[in-house]
Each structure stands twice: as C-alpha cells, then as structure tokens.
Design a binder for this molecule. Structure first.
Ligand SMILES: NC(=O)N[C@@H](CC(=O)O)C(=O)O
Ligand SMILES: [Zn+2]
Ligand SMILES: [Zn+2]
Length: 344
C-alpha cells in the first residue's frame, strides 16, 4: 500500500490571489489545500479601507468551489495616511486580520506604501492597544543598500526599534530570507513571529543564477546564500512555534516573468503543501510538518486550529509546466520538477 500521512488541514498565512478574472484560478488552487489564508492587499489600487477589503472578500468567496470551505482573512494596506480611526475600524471587523506594511517601492505594487515609519507611532500604538497585528515586508529601499542586504538592514534600522517601542505589538516578519531574521524573531518576545515560503526553504541564490538565470525563482526578498537557506530550514524544522507557513504565492503571467525586466513572485499555490512536505521529507522530519503548516499560525493569531484534515500520499508526481488562468499562461514554481508527496 502507498504510504499516507493525514494531519490537520493547513492555513496559508501569506497569499496573493490577485483580483477579478484571476480569482477563478487562484482561489480554487489554494482552497483545495488550505482552510484559511491571509490575503495580501497589494492590488492596484491597494486595499486600504475596510469597505474595499469586504468587497474583495466577497469576490474571493464567490470563487470558492462547491464543497470546499475557505476563509479569506483580509489584510489592509498600511499607508502614510492610515489613521488611528482606521485601526479601530479594522479591529472591530473579524474578517480583517491586520495591516500590511510595505516600505514604498520595496516590491510588487508597493508604490503607495510607507515612506516614513517613524511618523506612524500613533498608529502603531493603537494597533498595540487594540491587538491588531502588523505584517511586514521587511526590506529597506535605499538605492545605496545592496539588494542582498535589504532585509538585514531593515531589521536593524526599523524592526528592532519598532519592537522596542511597542513590545506588545503583534509583529509578523513576512517571507523571511536571512539568518538575521531567524535570530531576531527567535530572540524577540512571543508577540513576534515569521512566515517562511517554500522557495526560501528549498532554494538559495545559486538555484536562481547558476547555469542561466531562472526568472521563476525570482521573488522578493530575493533568495540568499545557502547558509541563510539552512538557517531558515532549521527554523522551520525546529518546531519553534514562532515560524509558520506563509507561501507568498504570487502569480504573474508567463510573459511578465520571462521578460527583460521580469516581475518578482513565485506562483507556488498549485503545489504548496506538497512543496513544504518535500522539505520536511528531505530532512526526515515529516512529524514536524503539522505544527508548522497547521498549528502555529492559528495559535499566533489567536484563532482556533482547524478540525478537519488533509491526506498526502507518497506518490511522486511532476508539477505542471503551465497553468491556465482566465486564458493566460502562468508557470508555477517547481514547474516540470518532481515532488514525493501528493495531496489526495
Ligand atoms: N514576493 C514577491 O516577490 N512578490 C509579491 C509581493 C511581495 O510579497 O513582496 C507580489 O505581489 O508579486
Ligand atoms: Zn512582500
Ligand atoms: Zn507577498
């Protein structure tokens, strides 16, 4: 008999679904495996108000396939104009999970992001008081800071002071990529956590740049050297509840990825839980997958753990070369590559 493992249905604590026609493909891809997901607000224009988020929430729910249960948890886009009243309004709405901080210019659709973190002290104080989490894309954008150093510098310049000034503020450092991020999160208090993507666990910058440039491995924060990858792997495999699953699945059409100036983002949703399983399997740690994928995120956000389950089968398969969504081709992360475990 084929080996199987069954465990609590996982959640995705960092996901880009995009909007409109694309929801017909992105929502089912995630809903087949995840029960809940935090939906990133970097649309054009960004999702800055509760009203916009609730309308987007409805558009997402309309695409959940029959028979599947999928709860979008909406993140609002923090801007320089976000007010204490906006925080209070978000805190009162259970469909809103928190605010997302994008330093202006750091990543895809971040032009409306924050330009002066220090000017938002009142907003952070309100979030701390009302227990509204702050989700952070942790990279500086200064032209003179090397792209491989941008996370480390952000932690030193902004995140450590922010945590010191607001020690009760719930902070999630999203898609961490460095040993410095692991160290910061591990040594901070219990209000601080991090998500880790499949690509940062399974790859390092050699996988993007050696033997030819591989645009489908390009995302932000950019893949780092192997020693950082190993620090992330240790964090994910350790069973430390501060580190949990957030795919950062971020689809861009094939032509936008395979271009002279290609977009950042890996579309991992078509194989997300199987990609994480690959890492835990490689490290003989399948028993640690459930905590990372299905328990720790819910615990951090103060939400109940899921009560239903999923089953993975030890049945090798190959991730498709392309996925069509609304008539456009998207190349999934890990395309044409094998995975040991398959969701059934
Ligand atoms: N991670 C990425 O490389 N891209 C994300 C944005 C983000 O999460 O920073 C996207 O929206 O395309
Ligand atoms: Zn980001
Ligand atoms: Zn993201």
């Amino acid at each position: 008999m084929t080996e199987r493992i069954t465990f609590t249905r996982p959640d995705d604590w960092h996901l880009h679904l995009r909007d409109d026609a694309l929801l017909s493909g992105t929502v089912p891809a995630s809903a087949r495996q995840f029960s809940r997901a935090i939906i990133m607000p970097n649309l054009v224009p960004p999702v800055t108000t509760v009203e916009q988020a609730m309308a987007y929430h409805q558009r997402i729910l309309a695409q959940v396939p029959e028979g599947l249960d999928f709860t979008p948890l909406m993140a609002l886009y923090l801007t320089q104009q976000t007010s204490v009243e906006d925080i209070a309004k978000a805190a009162a709405n259970p469909a809103i999970i928190g605010f997302k901080l994008y330093p202006a210019g750091a990543t895809t659709n971040s032009a409306s992001g924050v330009t002066d973190i220090n000017a938002l002290a009142d907003v952070f104080a309100a979030m701390e008081r009302l227990e509204v989490p702050l989700l952070v894309h942790g990279e500086v954008t200064d032209a003179d800071i090397d792209i491989f150093d941008r996370e480390e510098v952000f932690i030193e310049r902004y995140l450590k002071p922010l945590h010191q000034r607001h020690p009760q503020l719930r902070l999630v450092l999203e898609h961490i990529t460095t040993r410095q991020a692991v160290d910061f999160v591990a040594s901070a208090n219990s209000k601080v956590a991090a998500t880790i993507t499949p690509q940062h666990l399974l790859m390092n910058r050699n996988d993007m740049l050696v033997g030819g440039i591989r645009p489908h491995h390009y995302c932000l924060p950019i893949l780092k050297r192997k020693s950082h990858q190993q620090a992330l792997q240790q964090a994910a495999l350790s069973g430390n509840p501060k580190f949990f699953l957030g795919t950062d699945s971020a689809p861009h059409t094939q032509d936008k990825k395979e271009a002279a100036c290609g977009c950042a983002g890996c579309f991992s949703a078509p194989a997300a839980i199987e990609l994480y399983a690959e890492l835990f399997f490689q490290h003989d740690a399948m028993d640690k997958l459930e905590g990372f994928a299905s328990h720790f995120g819910a615990d951090f956000y103060g939400l109940p753990r899921n009560t239903d389950q999923i089953t993975l089968e030890a049945n090798s398969w190959t991730v498709p070369a392309s996925v069509d969504i609304a008539g456009s081709p998207f190349v999934p992360y890990w395309a044409n590559e094998p995975l040991h475990w398959r969701l059934i």
